[in-house]
Design a binder for this molecule. Structure first.
Ligand SMILES: [Zn+2]
Length: 366
């Protein structure tokens, strides 16, 4: 059998595309079927990350992501499933704020127009959303629920206020998210060198769930560096805090150790560059100048970089020794290290060559 193809028939989508899109919308063909009882067998929730509606419109990355879930949604619909495939707008926050500052406008004067444009482009792409479920995070009927959630977390004691170091742009006079700090330590918007500032922040007490979260990381087949970052974010609940006196000074420092079994093997101490005690350690000593320079330099490094495998570990000696309560008479040199995190434990860590990071550091500065 031969199949005869007529040369005159050309596939020309522009002739019918807009007509079909119009029809789909009019007939509401992608509306989630909620007329029959939902069972685990017939329901599918297919969700993409909501875009933030910038003035520039969709970019090719959006098209890539949204095509993926659209294919899935269509596949499941063809199998007779009740598919919920919604779209919404992550319209709050820095992207909208930055765009508004640039255009010298109120963000709410720009957001609705941007949303309309995104939606128009999505219609052109033929994406199969149930537009009856559309949400915008700037809509009071939506954000009343994020506020409600905040209150529930607060009532349960899972939310607290704490003074913590954050990235700060001295020129824009604003706190910055990790993502806004470029690798060279400058602010992506204005190019100024960012600093660290200690400000009151709301913090989720995720350490309450640390054990469960850490345990479940074992189930993830993710790159090693990402898993390590997750581990640092989760924070260790388990560990011990040990008090040390500092030789020749009338002060003591508290260290955190996640590996109590190795306490006897620890040989040195590292302290986070933001630690307030450093000033007292080096005051009026020959080490003051070098440590200050080192601290200024590390302030510019975004925290996420510090947990990457390729991050170069650097340190500077404070000239001070802590007395080891586990090995009487043993003096442990105190180093300031660029990888020590202020929000991990007490910001001071007992170290030995057992931890991979400590080991690299110890080998370098032995
Ligand atoms: Zn700035």
């Amino acid at each position: 059998m031969t199949i005869h193809m007529d040369d005159d028939i050309k596939y020309n989508p522009s002739e019918f595309e807009s007509k079909m899109a119009e029809l789909w919308e009019k007939e509401n063909v992608y509306r989630t079927n909620d007329q029959r009882p939902t069972t685990n067998d017939n329901k599918v929730y297919c969700l993409s990350m909501f875009p933030y509606p910038s003035g520039a419109g969709l970019h090719v990355g959006h098209v890539r992501i949204y095509t993926g879930t659209d294919v899935l949604a269509r596949y499941f619909r063809m199998q007779g499933k009740d598919v919920l495939h919604p779209m919404g707008w992550d319209a709050f926050g820095l992207p909208a704020e930055n765009a508004a500052i640039k255009a010298k406008k109120n963000p709410m004067d720009m957001v609705p127009g941007n949303i309309a444009n995104f939606k128009r482009q999505m219609h052109m792409l033929g994406l199969s959303y149930d537009w009856e479920k559309e949400i915008a995070t700037t809509d009071p009927s939506y954000y009343k629920w994020t506020q409600w959630l905040f209150i529930q977390f607060f009532k349960k004691g899972l939310l607290y206020k704490k003074n913590t170091p954050i990235h700060f742009c001295p020129k824009c006079k604003t706190g910055l998210a990790e993502e806004e700090v470029l690798a060279n330590g400058t602010h992506e918007r204005c190019g100024s060198v960012i600093t660290k500032k200690i400000l009151p922040q709301w913090i989720f007490r995720i350490t309450t769930y640390a054990e469960r979260l850490l345990e479940d990381l074992k189930l993830l087949d993710w790159p090693k560096g990402i898993l390590e970052m997750q581990r640092n974010w989760i924070g260790k609940k388990e560990g011990v805090i040990i008090k040390h006196t500092v030789k020749d000074l009338n002060i003591s420092i508290e260290t955190f150790s996640a590996y109590p079994a190795w306490l006897f093997a620890d040989t040195f101490i590292v302290i986070a560059p933001e630690h307030p005690l450093i000033k007292e350690l080096v005051k009026n000593t020959q080490y003051e100048k070098d440590t200050n320079a080192f601290i200024e330099e590390t302030k510019k490094i975004p925290a996420q970089q510090k947990t990457e495998d390729t991050f170069e570990k650097k340190g500077v000696f404070t000239g001070r020794y802590a007395m080891d309560p586990f090995n009487p008479g043993r003096e442990m040199p105190i180093w300031i290290a660029n990888f020590a995190l202020m929000d991990f434990g007490t910001g001071v860590i007992r170290c030995s060559a057992h931890d991979v990071r400590d080991f690299e550091f110890a080998t370098k500065y032995k």
